[in-house]
Design a protein. Sequence first.
Length: 367
Amino acid sequence: MTSELIISLDAMGGDHAPDIVIEGAGIARERVPNLQFIIYGDETRIVPLLTRFPILKNCCEVRHTDKIISAYEKPSRALRRGRDSSMGQAIQAVKDGQAHAAVLAGNTGAQMALAKFILRTMPGIDRPALASLIPTSRGESIMLDLGANVECDENNLVQFAIMGAAFARTVLGVTKPTVAILNVGVEELKGSDAIKEADRMLREVNIAMDYKGFTEGDGIGAGEVDVVVTDGFTGNIAIKTVEGTAKMIANLLKLSLKESLMSKIGALFAGSSLSSLKNHLDPNNHNGAVFMGLNGLVIKSHGGASAEGFASAIGVAVDMAENDLAGKISLDLENCNSSVEGSVDGLEVKHAKGEGKVVEMTIKEQK
């Protein structure tokens, strides 16, 4: 990998684009001085914004397109007309080796459809999954899938566990992350057939993770494990419940601290602790979901993220690119225990070793 990290950005995605995207790029550049950006979108709106952030001078290339994927556009329509859009071109830059990763905000369905069509899935992976960091009482955990796949079978869940463990080793720095499947109980007899079969298969997988079996909903916030695995339907509801609960706690705490003079005085003494709690619960500080299992890195920012939040998503892209997430996933797929019966990616696990090869991305020299 070159000394420069090149990130492609869809400047037109999200609730407050392109302003938040450009400001977020500036914040990210302050944190990572070797960052370079390829920015796709309406140059008549982007170029004036760049002049407000001197730190972005000489590190941005703007590529004009007036085609934009709206927040309400169906994935099928995005596939038909989206290749030339700002979103599609940002993903294509990764495919063509012009960028190490793409960071996008806005229409999740369109992002997934275009990313899967352009980049394709890695060897050993049936379906990409959306994974993200979530705040817990122990720090942070990873949850996947967060909405990319509404229905999943046991093979998908096993693949998600493998990808989630690689993500945890990359971002959390855990050598052997703990992994569990989200279920309605921790007993082995509970759950759907797919969940119980995935549980059986994961107990026989031999990779760098510590599989713990099942975890329940209250275990998410408690941080019982490093990686929580679930289908996209359940995961999307769970992550939004976590975000909503965090906002509720922050709002109730704010109101309670204004109730009386004594509470206001107490807030002054507890100022630093309260600030730390607020930062931990702020979704912007955990922004940046990864489309796992693709031949290239695509990071999704929340559409309503602040500039700080968008910068956090760029930070996730930097971590993924620097630590070769795709390589870790491919190696884990190859190292699956050959004695497991069943399949991962439709391949029998006993034949998986040696089947998948790491897809290395070379970055072309920028002119």
